[in-house]
Design a binder for this molecule. Structure first.
Ligand SMILES: Cc1cc2nc3c(=O)[nH]c(=O)nc-3n(C[C@H](O)[C@H](O)[C@H](O)COP(=O)(O)O)c2cc1C
Length: 163
């Protein structure tokens, strides 16, 4: 049995919905156990115990969410050189951009020598006003389907041992 660790943070629900959709997609693969975890609740031991990773974050101020960054800050050196070659993907929920957050996560993953198995998937909510940005997010079904596909592809590759 292989384990896929999905690590996320979310404030208004968008990234949480993306993480849940990806976990659901991955969950269809019987040979893979999926752990869906908030970034605050996981650390180095959880990374070492998993075989693949999905990092899911909102973009805040051009960067990944601070709570996901804290997870990386706590975990980076304890697992350095111990995750080499394991597969991962990044999902970002953004208002209108998302590239900065994706780039930051990928840079850390490169330091860990993880292997990207997909381009970062960015879902934009198009929220522009303070009220819209702070409102709970309901994502479109096709965007959630795309998240589920990333989870399913990662889990299938893991089960088949192709990474
Ligand atoms: C403090 C703050 C900063 C934000 N900065 C950006 C940004 O730099 N780029 C962007 O595209 N969206 C930005 N947004 C919009 C969020 O990425 C968007 O609302 C997203 O849905 C947040 O994910 P969540 O629903 O999981 O909390 C920002 C939102 C907040 C609250």
């Amino acid at each position: 049995m292989k384990t896929l660790l999905v690590v996320f943070h979310s404030q208004t629900g968008g990234a949480a919905a993306m993480a849940e959709a990806a976990a659901r997609g991955a969950g269809d693969e019987p040979l893979v156990t999926v752990r869906l975890c908030h970034a605050d609740s996981v650390g180095p031991a959880d990374l070492l115990a998993a075989d693949a990773y999905l990092f899911v974050t909102p973009e805040y101020l051009g960067a990944m969410a601070g709570r996901l960054k804290d997870f990386f800050d706590r975990s980076y050196y304890p697992v350095l050189d111990r995750l080499n070659g394991r597969p991962y993907a990044v999902l970002v929920c953004a208002g209108s951009d998302g590239q900065g957050a994706a780039r930051q996560v990928m840079r850390i993953a490169t330091g860990w020598r993880l292997k990207a198995v997909a381009e970062p998937l960015i879902v934009c909510t198009r929220a522009q006003t303070p009220e819209a940005i702070l409102a709970p997010k309901i994502l479109a079904a096709d965007d959630l389907d795309r998240c589920a596909e990333v989870g399913a592809a990662l889990a299938a590759g893991l089960a088949l041992g192709i990474y």
